[in-house]
Design a protein around this ligand. Structure first.
Ligand SMILES: [Zn+2]
Length: 229
């Protein structure tokens, strides 16, 4: 068996309390009691990876799953559309103007649905499948929604997206093209309230936050972003 990081739990970014439950998506319950909205982060025990360096990781698969050993997943059946391994583009002219001869942009638009959100959604939807989710949900007005819809489709799970009525039709169509049910709400607060019903009453799996004030995204999915570096 390949060595992997071990998930210790979810830790509060503010009070540092560690929680063993896997499905805590509304932030730290303890800080919430004190009126503070704050996200949790996945705590990993990296000791199983002792002695492993970036160079000793296998050359394949390329992209995000090359770093699977560092993700908070079992990882035996990744939900993937080929995300990661995006190119570094040398910005010669801009670099010259700024006096930076080695200025590069990492072109995350070359991910499957054209944004870095694909890294979050690949990890979050894989976690959803590994933990028995039946429906994926998100509040989004753009890329995050389209990406969630695509990865839910890849996993064969239904996807419900709460968006704003004011969002351009192009974006709604993009989310629908991947098979998601798109619900247009009048305000951000109303879409988060509806999403919260889905998560707390029906056990839907969220790839974004849904609390006020906002605390950020699904903590498992956020781990996918570190593969950019
Ligand atoms: Zn806390």
């Amino acid at each position: 068996m390949t060595a992997r990081a071990r998930v210790v739990g979810l830790t509060c970014l503010r009070c540092q309390t560690n929680f063993n439950e896997g499905w805590l998506f509304a932030g730290c319950p303890r800080c919430r009691e004190n009126g503070v909205s704050v996200n949790l982060t996945v705590t990993l025990d990296l000791s199983p990876l002792h002695g492993i360096t970036p160079e000793s990781l296998p050359p394949t698969p390329r992209g995000l799953w090359r770093f699977a050993a560092t993700l908070p997943l079992r990882g035996d059946h990744p939900i993937s559309l080929g995300e990661g391994a995006t190119p570094l583009i040398h910005l010669e002219r801009l670099g010259k103007r700024l006096g930076l001869s080695r200025l590069y942009a990492k072109d995350e638009s070359q991910n499957p649905t054209w944004s870095y959100k694909d890294r979050l959604c690949a990890v979050a939807v894989t976690h959803a499948v590994e933990t028995g989710a039946r429906v994926i949900t998100i509040s989004s007005t753009g890329n995050h929604g389209a990406s969630t819809a695509a990865y839910a489709a890849r996993a064969g799970l239904p996807c419900v997206i709460f968006t704003l009525a004011s969002v351009p039709d192009t974006m709604k169509t993009l989310m629908q093209a991947y098979g998601a049910a798109v619900v247009a709400c009048p305000t951000s607060e109303s879409r988060w309230a509806l999403m919260r019903e889905g998560v707390e009453r029906h056990g839907w799996y969220p790839t974004s936050g849904f609390v006020m004030p906002p605390i950020g995204s699904n903590p498992y999915g956020v781990e996918g972003y570190k593969s950019i570096a």
